[in-house]
Write a protein that binds this ligand. Structure first.
Ligand code: C2E
Ligand code: MG
Ligand code: MG
Length: 487
C-alpha cells in the first residue's frame, strides 16, 4: 500500500473524500452510486460507511501490489452502548467523533477507515501477518482507543478487536471482514486479550458451533440428551454420599458430543436455559426414583452454568422445578464454577444467599483455577469446595500439589465447608488426599459417570466393593456420619 493510489480520506472543503484511494473508474462508480453522498460517509465520525468501506476495500485489495499484505482490523467498542446511556445521544456522538479522530491520528495516512453501526470501527492498513512490528502497531492502535475523556475525566473503554490478513488468511474482501469479526468475537470473550488475530481454526469452529447450536435445539426436542451420574465418596467412611449429574449427548450423525464442546455453545445462545431445566428436572426425578427403591442418596448435585446463574429468574426456576418434583431441599446441591465467583462476586454472593434461603446447597466447582482468596471465600458463604482435577492429577508425586491441596482443605475446614477432590484416578492420589484430610472424593478410580440404571446397580454393590479402596465394608447402605447430613 505504498503507491499514491492508496491514499484515502483527504480533507477537501471540510469534507472527507475518497479521492486518491480509488482508481478513477472506481470513483466514478461510487459517484454513480444511487445513495446520496451524505449517506456514504458516516458524518458525525467522518468515516466510511460499511458499504463504502467494502467497495474501497475490494478496490484496495485488487490494486495492491502482489507482495503487499493488508490487515483488516475490526474494532468493537464494547462499552460504547453504555456510554450512550450515560452521555445521551449528543455526548456519545461527540465521543464517537473523538474516537474517530484518535483512530485517524494513530493510523497511517493511507489507511482505510470505516464505521459500522454505532460501535464498530474498521481499519484496513498495510501490515504483515508474521511481522512482529506489524502486530505491535495494531495493538498500539487498539490501545490508543481505550482511554477517552468523559466529562473532563479519563475513562477506559472496553475494546475487543479482531484482525485478519490479506492474502494469508483469505483473498476475498468479504471473508476478510467476516474473519476479522470472528476474531473480534473471540476477543470479546477471551478476557485476557483485547486483540485477537484470525486463525482458520476459528472458521471451522464457528461452523461447528453453528451446527451444534441448530442440532442441540432439535436434540432437546428429540430426546437425544441423557443424564449420567458419578458418585462422590466419603473418604473416611467410604460411603457414596452424593451423585453428580452430568449431561451426555448422543447425536445420530455426529456421535457423542462432549459437554465441554456443547455447553459453551449453549451458553452463548438461549439453549442453556432449556438445558438447565432439563438437567434439574431429570436429576430430581431420578433422586426420587432412587429414594423409592430405598437407595436415597444424601445429595444430588447438578451443574449450573454461569449463564444460568446470571439469569434474573434463576432462583425462581429452581424453586418452581422443586415445587413440581419435591425433594428435601438440602438434598440438592448446585455446582457453580469458581470463575463466576471470581468475575462477579456480588452476583455469586446474592445467588448463594437466595439458594440457601430456600435450603439448597451450593458448591464452588473447579476450585483453584481462578485464585479466589480466603477473604472473598469467607464472604460467599457456600457449602462445598470442589478442588479442580488439575491439582489432583499426580498429587501423590508432587510436594507442591500436596501443599496446595492441604491449604485448600485447611481453608475449607476453617470456613466450615466440605472439600471434594475431583478426578481421582489412582490409588496413590486417593491415599494422599485421605492423609491430607480431604473429606470427599470423586473420580474414575471409584466410578466413571454412568446412566441411571447402572448407577442403581452401583449403589447396591458399592458397600461390598468399597473395601477394594481400603474402606471397611459397610453392612447397611448409608450411615450418617454427620457429613452431608440431610437437613
Ligand atoms: P465438572 O462439573 O467439573 O465435571 C467433572 C468432569 O470431570 C466431568 O466431565 C467428569 O466426567 C469428569 N471426570 C470425573 N472423574 C474424572 C476422572 O477421574 N478423570 C478425568 N479425566 N475426568 C473425570 P464431563 O462430564 O465431560 O463434563 C465436563 C464439564 O462440562 C463439567 O465439569 C461441567 O462444567 C460441564 N457439564 C457437564 N455436564 C453438565 C450439565 O449437565 N450442565 C452444565 N451446565 N454443565 C455440565
Ligand atoms: Mg461439576
Ligand atoms: Mg469440576
Amino acid at each position: 500500500m505504498t503507491g499514491k493510489e492508496t491514499h484515502l480520506l483527504r480533507e477537501a472543503d471540510g469534507e472527507e473524500t475518497l479521492e486518491g484511494l480509488l482508481r478513477p473508474d472506481a470513483v466514478e462508480e461510487l459517484a454513480a452510486d444511487s445513495q446520496p453522498r451524505s449517506q456514504r460517509l458516516d458524518h458525525p465520525a467522518g468515516l466510511l460507511t460499511h458499504h463504502n468501506f467494502q467497495v474501497a476495500l475490494a478496490e484496495l485489495l485488487r490494486s495492491s501490489p502482489a507482495e503487499q499484505e493488508v490487515a483488516l482490523i475490526w474494532i468493537d467498542l464494547v462499552s460504547l452502548r453504555r456510554e450512550y446511556s450515560l452521555l445521551g445521544w449528543k455526548g456519545a456522538a461527540a465521543l464517537a467523533a473523538h474516537i474517530a479522530e484518535t483512530l485517524r491520528s494513530v493510523v497511517d495516512a493511507n489507511a482505510l477507515l470505516g464505521r459500522v453501526g454505532e460501535s464498530s470501527f474498521l481499519v484496513a492498513m498495510a501490515a504483515s501477518k508474521f511481522n512482529k512490528i506489524s502486530r505491535l502497531r495494531i495493538q498500539g492502535i487498539v490501545d490508543a482507543l481505550t482511554p477517552q475523556l468523559r466529562g473532563g475525566s479519563e475513562t477506559r473503554l472496553e475494546v475487543a478487536a479482531g484482525v485478519a490478513f490479506f492474502p494469508s488468511d483469505t483473498r476475498s474482501p468479504e471473508d476478510l471482514v467476516r474473519f476479522a469479526v470472528l476474531a473480534a468475537d473471540r476477543a470479546s470473550y477471551v478476557k485476557s486479550r483485547n486483540v485477537v488475530a484470525f486463525h482458520t481454526r476459528m472458521n471451522r469452529e464457528i461452523m461447528r458451533d453453528h451446527l451444534l447450536e441448530v442440532e442441540m435445539g432439535k436434540g432437546l426436542e428429540r430426546n437425544q440428551f441423557r443424564m449420567f451420574y458419578q458418585p462422590k465418596v466419603n473418604l473416611i467412611t467410604g460411603e457414596a454420599v452424593a451423585a453428580e449429574a452430568l449431561m451426555r449427548w448422543n447425536h445420530p450423525e455426529l456421535g457423542a458430543v462432549a459437554p465441554c464442546e456443547f455447553i459453551p455453545v449453549a451458553e452463548r445462545s438461549d439453549l442453556i436455559k432449556g438445558i438447565f431445566d432439563f438437567n434439574l428436572r431429570t436429576a430430581l426425578e431420578q433422586a426420587r426414583r432412587w429414594r423409592g427403591l430405598g437407595l436415597a442418596l444424601p445429595i444430588i448435585a447438578v451443574n449450573a452454568s454461569a449463564a444460568n446463574v446470571r439469569e434474573a429468574d434463576f432462583v425462581r426456576t429452581v424453586r418452581s422445578i422443586m415445587a413440581e418434583i419435591p425433594i428435601a431441599p438440602m438434598q440438592l446441591e448446585l455446582e457453580m464454577t469458581e470463575s463466576l465467583a471470581f468475575e462477579d462476586e456480588e452476583l455469586f454472593r446474592a445467588r448463594v444467599r437466595q439458594l440457601r434461603s430456600i435450603g439448597v446447597r451450593v458448591a464452588i466447582d473447579d476450585f483453584g483455577t481462578r485464585y479466589t482468596g480466603f477473604n472473598v471465600l469467607k464472604k460467599l458463604r457456600f457449602d462445598t469446595i470442589k478442588i479442580d482435577q488439575c491439582f489432583i492429577r499426580g498429587v501423590d508425586r508432587s510436594q507442591d500439589m500436596i501443599a496446595l491441596c492441604r491449604t485448600i482443605v485447611a481453608m475449607g475446614r476453617q470456613l466450615k465447608l466440605r472439600t471434594v477432590a475431583e478426578g481421582i484416578e489412582e490409588l496413590g492420589e486417593l491415599e494422599a488426599l485421605r492423609q491430607i484430610g480431604c473429606e470427599v472424593g470423586q473420580g474414575h478410580l471409584f466410578q466413571r459417570p454412568i446412566p441411571a440404571d447402572e448407577f442403581t446397580v452401583f449403589l447396591r454393590e458399592w458397600p461390598h466393593r468399597m473395601r477394594d479402596f481400603g474402606f471397611a465394608e459397610s453392612g447397611s447402605l448409608f450411615h450418617n456420619h454427620g457429613l452431608y447430613a440431610v437437613g
